[in-house]
Design a protein around this ligand. Structure first.
Ligand code: SAM
Ligand code: SF4
Ligand code: SF4
Length: 353
């Protein structure tokens, strides 16, 4: 590794490449555009905490689109090739397609995606695709209304999410990735039905192990259904075989149905952590640059952005934070997981997964 962790060539031809203390490049940036959401998923924004009186960030504390674009442009010049827009629920942010258009125009960017709960996609998919969005990931934990409501905090219906997926496909944003967070004794019996539903559709269903993110979901290891068990449950009914990764460091392990009717992914964040290849940073809605899903917080970029910082200095702030990065929480989890106090860890709805 060279001086300041700079070496080789960046992911988009940016030179030289920026590496952290474990030689991991900065390749992905997840941009949270709001801390608000139209759902109250128990594992993310439980309704009893985020009730009527909950005070979300005031407008002035949220990065404006031009501020997000500036950070994104610099991140791409430092080697980022993939941007993902997330939240909270990104589709509740007004005029989101304006931001998409700005991001899509960044030279050197290779992939622009968005993660959503899907219910607002029927209204917005067309405009987002037109603005330059390339792909969407839609979250869906169950097709059964009663289980869905249990996970979403009583908001929305599976039919609305399915309509959102169809709208994304019609707008040219397919194939859609569908994320299902698997929780023991909540939706473990829904997995085969989900697999059957999406088999043959061209969409890719991905099962994610329930993680101890944030401080609010009272996570316990026995609520995690290991990826191995998820695989066995599906394979017993719909036989599967492994597929090679699409690229080095792909987070989801791929399997395809032996009858050729499509593929699924397994994200074993708990039982088989992938910190060694983790090239992701996150930008929170209020402008913190965060280097791990399990960080306490991040480096504030909003204050410098609003006090006339130059691009060179802002870029050095991002690069300097990345080159000092040591994070590998999921590999160390066994000694650390347990009850968490407020403030001890950044919340998922602030950085968007
Ligand atoms: N609101 C959008 C959505 O739900 O897709 C985007 C933000 S949400 C925080 C991003 C992803 O994180 C969703 O797929 C959600 O299911 C996932 N997620 C939230 N809490 C999680 C947890 N404790 N473990 C694993 N995944 C989680
Ligand atoms: Fe909202 Fe997504 Fe969190 Fe559910 S997981 S509460 S949809 S931000
Ligand atoms: Fe990356 Fe942190 Fe998750 Fe490890 S725990 S994969 S370093 S975000």
């Amino acid at each position: 590794m060279g001086l300041l962790g700079l070496t080789g060539q960046g992911g988009n031809g940016a030179e030289p490449e920026l590496l952290d203390t474990r030689d991991r490049p900065l390749r992905d940036l997840r941009i949270s555009v709001t801390d608000r959401c139209n759902f109250r998923c128990a594992y993310c924004m439980p309704a009893e905490v985020f009730g009527e009186g909950y005070r979300f960030l005031p407008r002035k504390d949220i990065l404006r689109f031009e501020e997000v674009l500036r950070v994104a442009r610099l991140a791409v010049s430092l080697g980022v090739t993939k941007l993902r827009i997330t939240g909270g629920e990104p589709l509740v942010r007004a005029n989101l397609s304006e931001l998409v258009a700005g991001l899509a125009a960044i030279p050197g960017l290779q992939d622009l995606a968005l993660t959503t709960n899907g219910v607002l996609l029927p209204d917005q998919a067309g405009a987002l695709a037109e603005a330059g969005l390339q792909r969407v990931t839609v979250s869906l934990d169950s097709l059964r209304p009663e289980v869905f409501k249990r996970t979403s905090g009583g908001r929305g219906e599976p039919g609305q999410v399915l309509a959102g997926i169809a709208a994304a496909e019609d707008a040219g944003l397919g194939p859609v990735k569908i994320n299902c967070v698997v929780q023991r004794d909540v939706n473990q019996d829904d997995l085969v039905a989900l697999a059957r539903h999406f088999r043959g559709s061209g969409h890719i269903l991905r099962f994610i192990e329930f993680m101890d993110v944030g401080t609010m979901n009272a996570w316990k290891l026995d609520q995690v259904v290991p990826a191995r068990e998820i695989l066995e449950r599906i394979d017993a009914v719909l036989p599967l075989e492994p597929v090679d990764p699409n690229y080095d460091g792909e987070v989801a392990r791929r399997y395809r149905y032996r009858d050729g009717s499509g593929e699924i992914g397994l994200i074993a964040s708990v039982t088989e952590p992938f910190c060694g290849g983790c090239s992701r940073a996150r930008l929170s809605a209020e402008g913190e640059f965060v280097t791990c899903l399990f960080s306490r917080g991040g480096r504030d970029l909003k204050a410098p952005l609003r006090s006339g910082v130059s691009d060179t200095t802002l870029s050095q702030m991002i690069a300097g934070t990345w080159t000092k990065r040591e994070d590998r929480y999921s590999e160390e989890r066994s000694g650390k997981a347990g009850p968490r106090k407020a403030g001890e860890r950044i919340e998922m709805y602030r950085i968007g997964g």
